[in-house]
Design a binder for this molecule. Sequence first.
Ligand SMILES: NC(=O)c1ccc[n+]([C@@H]2O[C@H](COP(=O)([O-])OP(=O)(O)OC[C@H]3O[C@@H](n4cnc5c(N)ncnc54)[C@H](O)[C@@H]3O)[C@@H](O)[C@H]2O)c1
Length: 352
Amino acid sequence: MFKIAIIPGDGIGIDVTKEAVKVLEVFRDKRGTPIELNFFDYGAEKYLATGISMPDEQIEEFKQKYHAIFIGALGDPRIPDMAHARDILLGTRFKLDLFVNYRPVRLIDPKLCPLKDKTIEDVNFVVFRENTEGMYVGVGGHLKKYTDEEVAIQTSVNTYKGLERTIRHAFEFAKEQGLKEVTMSDKSNALRFEGDLWQRIFESVGKEYPDIGSRHLFIDALVMQLVKRPEQFQVIVTSNMFGDIVTDLGGQLQGGLGIAASGNLSPGQVSMFEPVHGSAPKYAGKNIANPIAAILSVQLLLEYLGFNEEGKLIESAVSTAIVSDKTTRDLGGNLGTKEVGDFICEQISKNL
Ligand SMILES: NC(=O)c1ccc[n+]([C@@H]2O[C@H](COP(=O)([O-])OP(=O)(O)OC[C@H]3O[C@@H](n4cnc5c(N)ncnc54)[C@H](O)[C@@H]3O)[C@@H](O)[C@H]2O)c1
């Protein structure tokens, strides 16, 4: 039995999680997929009422007893510094050592792509973003704060271990999927020290995979090429900061935040899956949010646990929904969150 922790979170996170859970329940109840769903109310309401964001004991329980975690989204205007969201999201990422962020970018229908004349084959790549280091470690500080002599320092931390395992994961993925090339992107012409480490590790790991091509592009060249000819990419591996930017660009190429899914992985250990979008408070509770990003995150979760058939059934049901405009407003349809979830569940049930 695979134990899955569900954290709906805040705002539309709660709305889209309901639909993602419905999909999991279809598999559990109608197909007998061996999953157990357990719900946790971490989020703004709990934090405001009790001051609790994400206790260390909870992280430990996830580590010891769970196989996967699903998070809806976090963020609430009543907590402007995002303290609870930082603890929950970054706490989970860092304390569970979820060192690689997995972001497939797959165009499901050409009508969703903002680039002209692109087919679904043209926009089909995966980004692996280093997820626990770089500029996001919070090393730095201010000197002479609030004076006109103020200095702000933000340090990028890059470890051999952190880069090696992320780059290796990208090559392993390419090997498993029968893909031909991995592109590493950095800014080693300007950020020489971290760039030098990225370059050396990419070269040495790449040599262990002689059947897979290694390509390097500076990050500025990569973003240009992604817009010009996305069809040249299969697997991209990059740092935390550049990955953050590139994956949002990728999200738009596939049709926007409403369908962008992600996994935060510690391969072989409990890992966390979440839609890329935030809590969009203005849409919360209004049956407007697109649940597809959450449902595709469930696809990644199930595939991570080895349920590839279930993954294919989700992929096909989502494609049917998009192609036949059974979608929410952001994708041009006129259905609500719940109705899109119902449609996708019906399609899956029909094909079981
Ligand atoms: N991983 C996360 O939980 C996460 C990620 C990003 C932002 N946030 C937080 O979410 C809150 C809102 O942030 P934001 O407005 O910058 O980003 P957001 O992703 O919540 O929303 C931005 C806009 O994108 C559209 N959108 C997003 N998700 C959608 C969906 N499922 N269906 C339809 N449209 C969708 C909406 O137009 C929305 O106004 C903030 O508190 C922010 O810090 C959380």
